[in-house]
Design a protein around this ligand. Structure first.
Ligand code: SF4
Length: 212
């Protein structure tokens, strides 16, 4: 696969500014904790999820406890993350499937991961990248928005964005791309007010070039 010069420059600049450490935005100690934390992170900030899981994982400290839990009790722990009824139902069902099919472990294969209740490609890729170190691109709101601005995709559907990025980015940078772009999106390329003039990617950014 031939990577364009512009894409290589973007990657080099991201790495120069943000390093090559695989930063964890969600707190977890086990694969199933990351899986449930990621389910909770839909439409919610990582900071809020981390506050919620601090108490949640103390109370429910095994997959079995999630599988056997009283839904109302689980809801009471996670309601501040939004869509809590659905999330509680999915987490409980997911815990049951993990026990029934995988002996309480989290599968590695993306086709198996996406069959778990409440798990889409985004969550599956979080698990593959963070737990199994498998090259995978997590397309969240920052990655979707900023990949469009940079000209790496024209798609808005996260799965199509993921496939475009898989074609454009070197595999060695798939996991780090999400980590770097989240940082850029939180500090410089802020959705409502991108600070383009101070952005280290402005010479490589399609959106910036179109406006200037
Ligand atoms: S130049 Fe502006 S639009 Fe482009 S990535 Fe930087 S902040 Fe975002």
């Amino acid at each position: 696969m031939k990577i364009s010069k512009n894409t290589l420059q973007i990657i080099e600049k991201l790495e120069k500014n943000y390093g090559s450490e695989v930063v964890k935005y969600l707190n977890y100690e086990t694969p199933w904790q990351l899986l449930f934390a990621t389910i909770l992170s839909a439409q919610c900030t990582d900071a809020r999820v981390n506050i919620v899981t601090k108490e949640l994982f103390k109370k429910f400290d095994t997959v079995e406890k999630f599988a056997d839990c009283d839904l109302k009790e689980l809801e009471s722990y996670i309601y501040t993350t939004g869509f809590y009824k659905n999330k509680a139902k999915n987490i409980k069902s997911c815990a049951k499937v993990l026990l029934e099919k995988y002996d309480g472990n989290v599968p590695k294969d993306i086709d198996e991961l996406v069959l778990l209740p409440g798990v889409g490609r985004k969550t599956a890729n979080v698990i593959r990248g963070n737990i199994y170190n498998e090259p995978s691109i997590v397309v969240d709101t920052h990655v979707k928005r900023i990949s469009n601005k940079l000209g790496l995709t024209k798609e808005t559907d996260p799965v199509k964005v993921e496939y475009d990025l898989m074609k454009k980015l070197p595999k060695s940078h798939w996991i780090l791309f999400n980590i770097h772009i989240i940082k850029l999106g939180r500090t410089i390329c802020i959705a409502r007010n991108p600070k383009c003039e101070e952005c280290f990617l402005k010479e490589n950014c399609k959106s910036y070039k179109l406006k200037n």
